[in-house]
Design a binder for this molecule. Structure first.
Ligand SMILES: [Mg+2]
Length: 495
């Protein structure tokens, strides 16, 4: 029997907290199996079968898709039957497959991780005094290739797996795997780690760990992917799941304090109230433009060309916004939709409300504010954040970094001290890494939902701007009103 009432990732989070409280001074470790747990082995099966075709001038597997593969890498014979491959060919294919299965070429290139698993690993790696251990049935002879391929796959996540925290099967035979896995956990414990959880796709391996360690310290998690041994061997107190869902693992209380969070699009009373009530989001962003009627500064996302002026429209004014935020300890971020006279009016308001510079943040497009707009802001509010979105530089950063750098340096000389990148930018990771390497402060915006938000958090930018439309966390951001649309939330009736 397994405990199904709660998501496996939230059970992991809860158990981790419990162990952390119980052993505040100890080194904690989360241990992962590799094949079928971190790596989706279907990709290796696919690349091997297609390599068979290439080497034997056949075309049995040219149309094979990843979702067609439903068998364990050791049970490819069933797949051949399912695919209707002539029986006379089976033995030849299986022999070739068996011969090449753990060959270097396929170990190094044929693999892909399950979605979310590297993020889960990264999350634990950044927790204080917490380590990730690997415990695999792969034989020792694959040690270097295993590390190389895992590190290659996780490079963009800045994760590095270390030799000393990789337990392998010293026997190198399929029979000894369960004993080797138990020995692996024992070794980690003897080395002084508190093993918080062990994750494996094989029920048999979880059973072996449950039998070897009768205490309740190790949470056993079954990765319900593709496995060989019978499900009936799952220890009764294990939990299982199919998805490495960050939303279940991380709660808002756990958000890193080094990242500034910005509530996007506070252009109305409802969103302002939500922002003011949050103790995690310390910055509020509004879209500032001139009203068409009386030239007052008002908060509205769309220009009047994009969304026509409606006579019944009611605006939150910049003044109302400043008056409400001033008495709190929160910061204000202005998305300035034009330069020129708007900047002048803006500084009049700001001098009335006396925000210290560390609570001020200005954002504007290069083409709206121009050099003189940014220089004026940087000079008037020395110490404030002056930001521009630079997504348009991505192709250049990726292809001609020297040129991109020159342009960024020019922007810096205008007083811009933070650069903003949209989450949906193509090649966003490469762009982000390069910008970080150059030492720039980066804001990520346009983060569509909680899952993307948490993935952005794991990149550790200086700041993240989001609608906070995260009902799972009871954050009910309304959105900026782009295209005059807002998020609506439907209450769930009590079960
Ligand atoms: Mg496995």
């Amino acid at each position: 029997m397994t405990t199904k009432h709660k998501n496996w990732m939230s059970q992991l989070a809860q158990h981790y907290d419990w162990m952390n409280k119980k052993y505040p001074d100890d080194r904690l470790m989360i241990v992962f199996d590799i094949d079928g747990t971190i790596l989706d082995m279907r990709y290796m099966v696919l690349s091997l079968l297609q390599a068979y075709d290439a080497h034997n001038s056949t075309d049995f597997f040219t149309r094979l898709q990843i979702d067609d593969i439903t068998v364990h890498e050791n049970q490819v014979q069933h797949l051949l039957v399912d695919l209707g491959i002539p029986v006379a060919e089976h033995q030849k294919i299986l022999d070739w497959y068996g011969e090449h299965l753990w060959e270097r070429e396929y170990v190094l290139t044929g693999n892909r991780p399950f979605p979310g698993v590297l993020e889960v690993i990264k999350w634990f790696k950044i927790q204080p005094n917490t380590f990730i251990g690997l415990n695999t049935g792969r034989p020792e002879r694959l040690r270097q290739d295993t590390l190389r391929s895992l590190n290659e796959l996780s490079r963009s996540h800045h994760i590095h797996f270390q030799d000393e925290w990789l337990m392998m099967n010293p026997q190198g035979s399929d029979q000894e795997v369960a004993a080797a896995k138990a020995a692996g956990i024992k070794k980690y414990r003897n080395d002084g780690f508190r093993v918080v959880a062990y994750i494996d796709n094989e029920p048999e391996m979880l059973e072996a760990i449950a039998q070897a360690f009768s205490d309740k310290e190790i949470l056993l998690l079954h990765a319900d992917t593709i496995f060989e041994s019978s499900r009936s061997r799952l220890p009764w107190k294990s939990a299982e799941g199919k998805e490495y869902d960050l939303k279940e693992l991380i709660s808002d209380r756990k958000l890193p304090e080094t990242i500034d969070f910005v509530w996007h699009g506070i252009n109305g009373e409802v969103n302002l109230r939500q922002f003011l009530a949050s103790d995690k989001v310390m910055w509020g962003e509004c879209d500032v433009r001139l009203a068409p009627t009386d030239n007052k500064l008002i908060l509205r996302h769309d220009s009047f060309a994009e969304s026509k002026y409606d006579e019944d429209e009611e605006w939150l004014t910049l003044e109302q916004f400043l008056r409400r935020v001033q008495p709190t300890n929160k910061g204000v971020k202005f998305d300035l939709k034009t330069g020129g006279s708007l900047l002048k009016r803006m500084s009049d308001y700001l001098s009335d409300y006396q925000f210290s510079v560390d609570r001020l943040w200005f954002n504007g497009n290069i083409e709206h504010l121009h050099e003189d707009g940014f220089t004026l802001l940087a000079k008037t509010y020395q110490g404030a954040i002056v930001q521009a979105p630079v997504d348009f530089l991505t192709p250049l950063v990726c292809s001609a970094p020297k040129k991109a750098r020159e342009i960024l340096q020019m922007f810096e000389s205008w007083g811009i001290n933070r650069f903003s990148i949209s989450w949906d930018t193509e090649n966003m990771l490469t762009f982000f890494d390069q910008m970080e390497e150059w030492g720039y402060q980066i804001n990520i915006y346009n983060v569509p939902n909680l899952d993307a938000f948490l993935r952005a958090v794991l990149m550790f930018p200086c700041s993240i701007t989001s609608d906070f439309n995260f009902p799972q966390w009871h954050y009910y951001g309304r959105g900026s009103g782009q295209n005059r649309r807002h998020f609506e939330y439907i209450p769930k009736p009590d079960a």
